[in-house]
Design a protein around this ligand. Structure first.
Ligand code: HEC
Length: 131
């Protein structure tokens, strides 16, 4: 065996040994201006129904069929998917949730280009039904 194969992992530089995108437990905050974003689905009668469809097609695999954070893909992720019924999530403004869905934070995907603006707002309305 070559000698360098015996170098213990903890002697590697931190940027090789710890490639995590962010330290665990680092709270995810939307910028304050997200609270002011205008919701085009606010008075839309089908907002929840549309959001439920979006949720059932792209979100449930991580967040779970009822948003409990227990989807089939959750176990393999470095960060646990949020439990969307939790008070910490429900206490945020619609704009803040929309902002997070739009921008994502690894491993949560950014949906800015994957979903339309209406779809992203609609799924926020659906999240409100989970509390
Ligand atoms: C690949 C798995 C994955 C998918 C798919 C996914 N999420 Fe997430 N989501 C996560 C993870 C992981 C977090 C926690 C991220 C963090 O805290 O850094 C998260 C966090 C969130 C949050 C923030 C909750 C909080 O604590 O403030 C919201 C809102 C959210 N997701 C909504 C959605 C919606 C809506 C969809 C579908 C359009 C979706 N997610 C799809 C993994 C996923």
């Amino acid at each position: 065996m070559k000698r360098h194969a015996l170098i213990p992992l903890f002697l590697l530089p931190w940027w090789i040994a710890a490639p995590l995108p962010q330290p665990p437990g680092d709270p995810w905050k939307a910028p304050p201006q997200a609270d002011q974003l205008k919701d085009p689905m606010a008075a839309h009668p089908k907002a929840v129904e549309r959001g439920a469809k979006v949720f059932a097609s792209v979100c449930w695999t991580c967040h779970g069929p009822t948003g409990q954070g227990d989807g089939p893909a959750a176990a393999g992720l470095p960060t646990a998917p949020a439990k969307l019924s939790a008070p910490e999530v429900q206490a945020q403004s619609n704009g803040a949730l929309y902002w997070k869905i739009t921008h994502g934070r690894d491993p949560m995907p950014a949906y800015e280009e994957l979903l339309s603006r209406e779809e992203r707002w609609a799924v926020v309305h659906y999240i409100r039904t989970l509390k």
